[in-house]
Design a binder for this molecule. Structure first.
Ligand code: ZEM
Length: 289
């Protein structure tokens, strides 16, 4: 047996209960005193996103299938700086459940990060297999925060998303923060960076923002407290004529945001997985721990 055949065969026999156990193990260690805002959920969500967001629908390369960020070249892409924290955490879970593929594990981590911070239930299914180094994607497939609407469309249309889905997915910035030693940017987007909510949209529209005066990359800070931040790409959502109405809708209506986010995020997590690998399995819902 090759490692891949073994992994796929193991996956075929597993039930929802098996994945619930993996999920529970991931969820159990998310809280971490002294790390950022007290939770690993944001960085684990970012791992799931960067593992999936490399997809290119034209060449059908990239995406969550092969977990190629395990290899030094992709792990070293600038966009992935700091994600060793999440991969190391997941390595520990993998030791407890060696039968799960890295792609399934990392995407299930994304589901746990959303659900355990109060976000919507994310339909998820197993079936990803561990790839090899040649499956790695070239650098430059993930978005560059210094750019604007055109760049966001170039990147997310390449994955197969539309304008509404771009705005919905970007709402994940309700969680977590920027780190100077990872991206160069600094600070959280919201006042409660370990709670999943529609706060990102509300703040984006309704807070007065100004350019931060500092030596780092161009970013916004809120005028009132100067403790929150927005990236240039975030601000593009509030100014682009097609994105802005969706930002306004989500700022007013958290339920619609949760519904749209769950659907778009579930799609994101499945990018790059050939249909036959699902073996007819339909997405399942995993209970919060
Ligand atoms: Zn992010 N993101 N992201 N993002 N992201 C950062 C952090 C986090 C962009 C981006 O450049 C950055 C999505 C979309 C986009 C998360 C989730 C998702 C950081 C800061 C940057 C610079 C990294 C650091 O310094 O640690 C851009 C340009 C995006 C285009 C729209 C999508 C989609 C996401 C999930 C669905 C999360 C959770 C974080 C916080 C990580 C942490 O460690 O706190």
């Amino acid at each position: 047996y090759s490692q891949q055949e073994g992994g796929a065969a193991a996956t075929a026999e597993k039930t929802k209960e098996d994945y619930q156990k993996v999920y529970n193990a991931i969820a159990a260690g998310l809280e971490k005193e002294g790390y950022d805002d007290g939770s690993l959920a944001p960085v684990i969500l970012r791992l799931a996103w960067h593992a999936s967001g490399t997809y290119d629908k034209e060449t059908k390369t990239g995406g969550s299938n092969y977990a190629t960020m395990r290899f030094p070249s992709e792990a070293g892409h600038g966009a992935n700086a700091g994600l060793h924290v999440a991969r190391d955490y997941m390595e520990n879970i993998k030791k407890q459940f060696p039968w799960i593929s890295y792609g399934d594990l990392w995407t299930l981590g994304g589901v746990a990060a959303i659900q355990e911070t109060g976000g919507p239930t994310i339909p998820w299914r197993p079936g990803r297999i561990d790839g090899v180094e040649v499956n790695q994607t070239p650098d430059g497939r993930l978005p560059d925060a210094s750019q604007g609407s055109k760049h966001l469309r170039d990147i997310f249309y390449r994955m197969g998303f539309n304008d509404r889905e771009i705005v919905a997915l970007a709402g994940a910035h309700a969680l977590g923060r920027c780190h100077v030693d990872r991206s160069g940017y600094d600070g959280p987007w919201t006042f409660s960076p370990v709670t999943f909510s529609n706060q990102f949209y509300d703040l984006l529209l309704n807070e007065p923002w100004q350019w931060k005066k500092w030596k780092g990359p161009a970013q916004y800070e809120d005028k009132k407290t100067r403790s929150l931040m927005m990236l240039p790409t975030d601000m593009a959502l509030a100014t682009d004529p097609k994105f802005k109405p969706v930002v306004q809708e989500y700022a007013k209506d958290e339920e619609t945001f949760f519904k749209d986010f769950a659907k778009a995020f579930a799609t994101l997590l499945e990018l790059g997985v050939p249909e036959e690998q699902w073996k007819g399995k339909q997405p399942m819902t995993i209970d919060t721990a």
